[in-house]
Design a protein around this ligand. Sequence first.
Ligand code: ADP
Ligand code: MG
Length: 613
Amino acid sequence: MSKEKHHFQAEIEQVLNIVINSLYTDKEIFVRELVSNAADALEKLRFLQTSGQAIQQPDLELKISVTTDETAKTITIADSGIGMTNTELVENLGTIAHSGSRAFLKRLGEDKKVDASLIGQFGVGFYSAFMVAGSVTVQTRSCRPDEPGWTWISTGAGGYEIETAADLPRGTKVVLQLKEDAAEFAKDFTLERIIKKYSSFVPFPIELNGKTLNTVRALWARNKNEIKEEEYNEFYKYIGHDQEAALYRLHFSADAPLAIQALLFVPIKNWESMGLSRTEPEVNLYCRKVLIQAKSKDLFPEWLRFLRGVVDSEDLPLNISRESMQDTSLMAKLNKVLTSRFIKFLDEQANKDATLYQTFYGTYNRFLKEGVVSDFTHRADLAKLLRFETSALPAGQLTSLADYVKRMPTDQKDIYYLLAPRREAAEASPYYEVFQSRKYEVLFLSDPWDEFVMDHLREFDSKNLRSAEKADLNLGDDQAKAAEALSASEAEALAKWMKEVLGTKVSDVKVSQRLVGSPTVVTDPDQFMTASMRKLMKNMHQEKQPAVTQVLEINTRHGLIHKLNQMRQTDAALAAKVAGQMLDNAQVAAGLLEDPRDMIQRLNELLEQLMVK
Ligand code: ADP
Ligand code: MG
């Protein structure tokens, strides 16, 4: 029979031009496209079979066979799928007006039961073959009974020819005659690597030169209730490259606003905190079980980079732009949906099993904190996931901010926190005294990052987060009366004298309303300056120290202050020395004294004087 000559539709010519001039950044994706087409054709066949339609050669195994010939420089991708009739060949491979998958759906009528995974979108994947092949031959035979076989051949530009082919098995075979510069693709191991990379989860066996490559099933696309624990574990080992079982697993699907199937894992170990380099995200993006982007950087915000697993979305365009993922608005949408879902998941886990959540939190809290600081969109939700040591609970037991708020007495307006390297230090801190006396709960923050977290968060549940150092609180009345205070005039005179003696080391000396057991405390009225912040500033501006804004507060009910007040009249020199020491003690308590040499010198002098007596 004679050859029919055809021209490509004008748009196809254009597409081919773009493809041949390599619009695809990665030539290897032609393998993915052709294997996907084969898988689509098989899926359609399976559908016809299960819906009881008559097909030819019903006993053929459903599989994809890839063969390479290094000497001839050819690659052959064959499937036993639905194949194509002459008309379909022209329509599907010669025109862009119909996407084959769409036409397929139409033919089946508006049947709502049609598997959604068949809904391909407008695609031009087939033409990617011309990136690497000088000529492409398609031999195909439709599954419909009595349809003959056809050979379609094209060298790209200049159209294609179709002629009949005798004795073809059902399905489609695509033969690529590789260009010189693409000859490497005919190597068995090259092709094996590419198929494994993109098509490991294709739901039909893929054989490469007789060897079956894909053995892992796409668990994420299956019903949760039908999946065994071991299957999840096996899958995680494979996709997460981890020998240990995961700490958390989230398997979910959504239809709106995007069709998503996701299977995400939190590794039991946080490799980043173990001194290894920054963790790279290991969530792969799939569209209908075919890899679109490995280790996608755009699926989740950076602070979730510890996640591993798979996201599959049918809504991703199966078109030429997918390689570069330029459809950023879609990615942003995906990102938002996934991130919100994962945060919700963590919140659920925290409520379900607090102990396990505390393990997670111990390992990953820095990531959540990074999120609070850097991710404005999710900040408020992330705040619910934070946990802290607190004065209200025994050591080692952490609280959420929400639980703190529940415990707040009615007269307490703000949420208070105290930064200290250890819990014991916080409890012994003079800043804590006023809270203890008023029975106000204080969060004890020991992670240096916590201060930045609080700075960015600023509030929770419409309550201000306030540093205990800055709190403008007075002692309850009972405490205030517990010990005799100096009279107001005496106290004022003492404070004035101390300021004179201490000079520029403090900006002021004041009578404190917040101390119980400590004689002195330093406070800093500067809104944004907490002790640790000041320390940081000091380290940053080595030479130019910021101006002293610290105030020394004195507890006029404390015995030491009473004695100091007497001594300044009898032995002013010694009293001045003691005052200096008391300031240093307060600095030490605040974690502010950097260079103790002067202090030790003075202390030695004081000890000497003590022993003379
Ligand atoms: P898409 O797959 O997105 O529809 P392609 O350019 O990859 O776009 O393929 C175009 C059409 O050609 C397909 O929709 C399908 O109808 C047909 N086709 C391609 N490869 C095969 C195949 N192996 N078996 C049957 N039909 C195929
Ligand atoms: Mg395709």
